[in-house]
Ligand binder design. Sequence first.
Ligand code: ZN
Length: 344
Amino acid sequence: MKALVKAKAEEGLWMQEVDRPEIGPDDVLIRVHMTAICGTDIHIYNWDDWAQKNVPTPMVVGHEFGGVVEAVGGEVSRIKPGMRVSGEGHVVGEKSRAVRAGRFHLDPDTKGIGVNMPGAFAEYLRIPAFNVVPLPDDVAMEQAAFLDPLGNAVHTATAFDLVGEDVLITGAGPIGIMAAAVARHCGARHVVVTDINPDRLKLLVQVAPNAIPVNTLEEDLRDIMGHLKMTEGFDVGLEMSGAEPAFNQMVEHLVMGGKIAMLGLPARPFNLDMGSLIMRGITFKGIYGREMFDTWHKMLAMLQSGLDVSKLITHRLPASEFQTGFDAMRSGKAGKVILDWRDA
Ligand code: ZN
């Protein structure tokens, strides 16, 4: 089968012929239809420090996918051939205390498909049946291709109650944009999103027309709050940028007792004004991945009840044109880039 492989320990990815995966008794084989390119895949493409430390070569990359079940192992009964599915890309162990208590997303032994086990940028993908999520009929395969990052957005946006709250999101990358749409869907009042990249803020308005874009190089957040008649500050912050100035600005503009859910991964350690966090009673929660499988339930239910993030797709390409897709992602101007593997 065709697969996109990190074949060499250098910049780039290569489309190669590899063996179709064989399934064990608890596995499912999925004929991949659509995939989406993630920031993680760009780190792997670029072969940066993180990728060099975490990704063995050769490795089939990719973890955002939708497809149809081709075959199931002998012990599998929940999943049947022909089902339309997506799946959780974090594969957990069975030993840790967190896993034994059902907190699968907190397993320290987690492996990632397309990172340290073979991934989804291929005609066929093998994953444990446990990880497979069947798709409702009204969720499109294109949407299935990026449920993984939508799940990051939903996990972050549901960390705290948003009903009637004013929400500040720092970072208008694809996940920040989806989090804005999710926050409004969950009943937030004002959703303000900051970034310094005008292309991203433009895409934000297309996907989440009710969100308020703020370019912090040109506008003052206090002025925006004045227009919105917000006297005290934001109730909840969703940090999606991993950027120290954005985080500090978020802390400054929160109410006393405000809450921050943090998903953006900083490239290096932050300087924090801990005194301000303590004296103002700020609650701070780190978010990793998706809760298995409550985040999946919630995001599929939101899609079925009107959440629409399909305008985030800026590129639809056959898998053979992956290079065009990666170039678009690396330019920082793309939303989601979908690769179609049906004629790979
Ligand atoms: Zn991803």
